[in-house]
Ligand binder design. Structure first.
Ligand code: CP3
Length: 356
């Protein structure tokens, strides 16, 4: 394998010293980039883009051509697993994801097939290995999956939801059915992420976008428990290097201590938690990734730079911080502002990594 030229992202995930704070953005390949919109038009639609290996590779690399990012993230979606489970994913323009079929009963759960990710999601594995080749060791490649709870919400609701009514009905009314579904999804995610790791993903992130809508006990029982199972089932070393795992629960700040004990190497923070206080709470247990409000990218570049300075100083000196947004970059952000954000991290962070 080609040697990795820039490994500060992987080093920071393991809380090893770095020359400056590494930075990448959730949803860094996406609609805010005109070149992304052009490539998507060539593919036809978003799902066809995910399934087209050369074009998925092209859009993965687009943000790296513009900005000095320290990691690439596979271009795909978390909903590929439910699609492979036979739910029939589709996107309608202007609306979120939708499924032709939903899963709402014990019979629906029992009928779910067992997937073999390397076969049923071969297009994702092909994208990973093609992107790894194209990166040629410039920066590491992140693979990803949704958490079982987050995937379950889409599968039960049939798409996005405001109040998660159907998912919560099942969770409270027939908890044993919900547990069967989550367990099935946890096994699918393990298979899927291990497939991505074998194909060349050098770190993986689990997106628990909707864990934060649960009560504390329900978060532990229905979301975190299954993410723990996944972490325990993942390949943690490949090609002689650790494959770090990042666990991101949006709105999970109040459960930081238990997330830090999940076995993951790093915890993703949204912007509602002060990163300095988060560091004080978890000590040197895990690395922290985050956590600028993505809406700050609407502000003038000088304001963005000040916010980066503030977050760096709240985290303080030493290793273990990966700079990111607290959630995905939004489609109407000016790419120049994203550039100002990344430049500010590269310019302002070295002073936090001076070694004596
Ligand atoms: O970060 C990256 O650049 C990698 C690509 C990526 C996408 N989706 C591409 C995408 C990643 C990591 C995801 C994860 C994802 N997908 C999540 C978890 C992350 C999060 O945001 O919390 C979720 C909940 C989904 C499900 C999903 N996919 C939704 C709700 C939508 C519609 C959102 C919207 O803004 O319309 C998608 C579509 C999607 N996934 C797009 C992209 C670039 C936009 C599709 C388009 O090009 O029209």
């Amino acid at each position: 394998m080609t040697e990795l030229k820039n490994d500060r992202f992987l080093r920071a995930l393991m809380r090893q010293p770095v020359d400056r704070t590494p930075v990448w953005m959730m949803r860094q390949a996406g609609r805010y980039l005109p070149e992304y919109r052009a490539t998507r038009a060539k593919a036809g639609d978003f799902l066809s883009l995910c399934k087209n290996t050369p074009l998925a590779c092209e859009v993965t690399l687009q943000p790296l051509e513009r900005f000095p990012l320290d990691a690439a993230i596979l271009f795909s979606d978390i909903l590929t697993i439910p699609d492979a489970l036979g739910l029939g994913l589709y996107f309608e323009t202007g609306e979120g994801p939708k499924f032709r079929n939903t899963v709402r009963s014990a019979a629906d759960v029992a009928a779910l097939p067992k997937i073999n990710a390397e076969v049923d999601l071969d297009y994702v594995m092909n994208a990973v290995s093609t992107i790894r080749g194209a990166l040629n060791g410039s920066v590491p490649l992140i693979g990803f999956s949704g958490s079982p709870w987050t995937l379950a919400t889409y599968m039960i609701e049939g798409g996005s939801s405001k109040d998660f009514r159907e998912a919560k009905k099942l969770m409270y009314g027939q908890p044993e059915v919900m547990h069967q579904l989550l367990d099935h999804l946890a096994d699918s995610v393990i298979d899927y992420l291990n497939g991505q790791i074998r194909a060349g993903a050098q770190a993986v992130q689990i997106f628990d976008t909707w864990g934060g809508v649960l009560s504390s006990w329900a978060y532990q029982e229905f979301s975190l428990n299954y993410m723990k199972k996944i972490v325990a089932g993942l390949i943690r070393e490949n090609d002689g290097r650790r494959v770090p795992v990042i666990l991101f629960t949006k709105n999970g700040g109040q459960w930081l201590e238990s997330i830090a004990e999940s076995g993951a190497d790093a915890v993703g923070l949204d912007w509602t938690t002060d990163i300095g206080k988060a560091r004080a709470r978890i000590g040197d247990q895990v690395a922290l990734q985050g956590n600028m409000d993505p809406a700050m990218l609407y502000a003038p570049p000088e304001r963005i730079r000040q916010e980066v300075a503030d977050i760096l100083s709240r985290y303080g000196t030493g290793p273990g911080h990966i700079f990111n947004l607290g959630h995905g970059i939004t489609p109407d952000v000016d790419p120049e502002h994203a550039g100002a954000f990344i430049r500010a991290v590269t310019e302002l962070s070295p002073e936090y990594h001076l070694q004596d």
